[in-house]
Write a protein that binds this ligand. Structure first.
Ligand code: ADP
Length: 497
């Protein structure tokens, strides 16, 4: 069996594929292994899915290689037709949006209203890259009379893509859409905690009409299937989103196998800076959203909050009040803002950090404990009275936990905000244009939001400075990840030597 009937409160019954998606078919893994998918809100088993091992990765890569051969349907397809297939996929996402959102809520535990937002962002992303498919050009470069040179942007080939569990379908779309617009084929591995939505989406890939082998989606574990992708000799490029720790492993595996090209979108410990002249109500709303959105499970979460000293006490009191109003609970309730953490492991890691914070001497302003009796729920937690060298100020917690500290002026806050090994994102709240520009210019981060937070858009490049990553996703920048430049130099002057 490679599909089952599941049920969600929003959609009623729906068909959930459980097989590995290879060559446009759902198949069992070669070893016949399956693994359990846990509902984080109830801690009960939702279903089992088939597990990809090394052999299945080989089969999927062979399918992707075949689909990439010169003369194949995919390689000979007009670029505009590639765009049309992506548009069709976006249309199918739109048609099935409510079902996709429900699967995401069931699998990941995110609230249904936030899941709907994710699906909207997937649709936008896929449409955006559909538009790029026939606009990827090289250049003519003149060097001297009698020579004619041009560059082409060729698809890089077979891509391995490894995605995390915090935005299962959005990361699927961020990876798949630019790779397909560029004419690559791919083998994507979903995270073992959240394999369901990627498989439903794979069935839409088939329905959209992509040729077999172009998109392959595997459920499986990092140390087996993920490692097999990273070290595969016939994968031309690996794109990874996940922890910095695993990012290093991927890079090492790529280096010691076939030197496949690598892009990494990794962790963060992003500063969110509030100046005394900011609109306090707006700043509190963005700071709250910056850390507690998606239960703090965002690589760009604004987990270090710096507030100018003159407004610090007032800000802490009001932020605490705001965080306590966040509705934590059943992902399928329309008003829920925060659902459970994704897994027991993540729950335990976060609770450990909360314990460490308390032991380090920080003050718990609110939260600091589990919510309810069942499910991996943690109360929104704010630590004050923190020092910059404390673990909770330096390490990525990946949960609804933040630390708040005061600063004197722009120079002071820049020094402490940049005192981290990460550099994914940051934000500054102020009404003063000069402050906004000076602070943004000097923050070591790939994205800086001014008077907002977490406002990502498919047309804006996203990625990390320092140990937060290599390369950029989204926007035109992502096309560079999936194409390589070929230079053709034509000599028209006959023999020269
Ligand atoms: P987290 O710690 O938040 O679960 P990870 O970085 O471990 O995040 O996981 C992100 C993705 O990387 C998942 O798809 C996971 O299966 C995969 N992964 C984990 N370990 C490895 C590894 N050694 N090689 C390749 N992929 C891995």
């Amino acid at each position: 069996m490679t599909s089952i009937q599941l049920e969600t409160p929003v959609t009623g019954k729906y068909t959930q594929p459980t097989g590995l998606f290879i060559n446009n078919e759902f198949v069992k893994g070669k070893k016949g292994q399956e693994f359990e998918v846990i509902n984080p809100a109830t801690e009960k088993v939702t279903c089992k899915v088939h597990e990809a091992t090394e052999e299945d990765v080989d089969i999927a890569v062979a399918a992707a290689r075949k689909a990439f051969q010169p003369g194949s349907e995919w390689r000979t397809m007009a670029t505009a037709d590639r765009g049309k297939l992506l548009l069709k996929l976006a249309e199918l996402f739109e048609k099935n949006a409510e079902m996709l959102a429900a699967v995401e809520a069931l699998d990941n535990g995110k609230s249904i209203s936030m899941a709907r937002g994710d699906i909207g962002a997937c649709i936008g992303c896929i449409r955006y890259y559909a538009g790029w498919a026939d606009k990827i050009h090289g250049k003519v470069i003149t060097t001297a009379e009698g020579s004619f040179n041009y560059t082409k942007r060729e698809p890089i080939g077979v891509c391995g893509q490894i995605i995390p569990w915090n935005f299962p379908l959005l990361m699927w779309a961020w990876k798949i859409a630019p790779a397909l617009a560029c004419g690559c084929t791919l083998v994507l591995k979903t995270a073992e905690q959240t394999p369901l939505s990627g498989l439903v989406a794979a069935s839409l890939v088939k329905e959209a009409g992509f040729p077999p082998g172009v998109v392959n989606v595997l459920s499986g574990f990092g140390k087996t299937a993920g490692a097999a992708i990273a070290s595969h000799m016939d994968i031309d490029k690996v794109a990874f989103t996940g922890s910095t720790l695993v990012g290093r492993t991927i890079m090492k595996a790529a280096a010691s196998s076939n030197l496949k090209k690598v892009t990494l979108e990794l962790g963060g410990k992003s500063p969110n800076i509030v100046f005394e002249d900011a609109d306090i109500d707006e700043a509190i709303s963005w700071v709250n959203f910056g850390i507690f959105y998606n239960h703090g499970q965002c690589c760009c979460a604004g987990s270090r909050i710096y507030v100018q000293e003159s407004i610090y006490d007032k800000f802490v009191a009001r932020f605490k009040e705001r965080a306590e109003q966040n509705i934590v609970g059943d992902p399928f309730h329309e008003k829920t803002f925060q659902g459970p953490q994704v897994s027991q492991l993540q729950y335990d890691r976060i609770m450990d950090y909360i314990k460490i914070g308390k032991e380090e001497g920080a003050t718990v302003e609110t939260g600091g404990e589990r919510h309810g009796d069942v499910g991996y729920f943690i109360k929104p937690t704010i630590f004050s009275n923190v020092k910059n060298d404390m673990k909770i100020m330096q390490e990525e917690i990946f949960g609804p936990v933040c630390a708040i500290a005061k600063f004197k002026d722009a120079d002071d806050v820049l020094e402490i905000a940049n005192d981290t090994t990460y550099g994914l994102a940051a934000a500054v709240h102020t009404k003063n244009l000069n402050t906004a520009i000076k602070v943004s210019d000097n923050l070591k981060a790939g994205t800086v939001w001014v008077n907002s937070y977490n406002l990502l858009h498919w047309s804006l490049p996203f990625g990390g400075f320092r140990q937060s990553g290599i390369g950029r996703e989204l926007g035109k920048a992502a096309l560079e990840n999936y194409t390589q430049i070929k230079t053709v130099a034509i000599n028209m002057k006959g023999a020269m030597f």
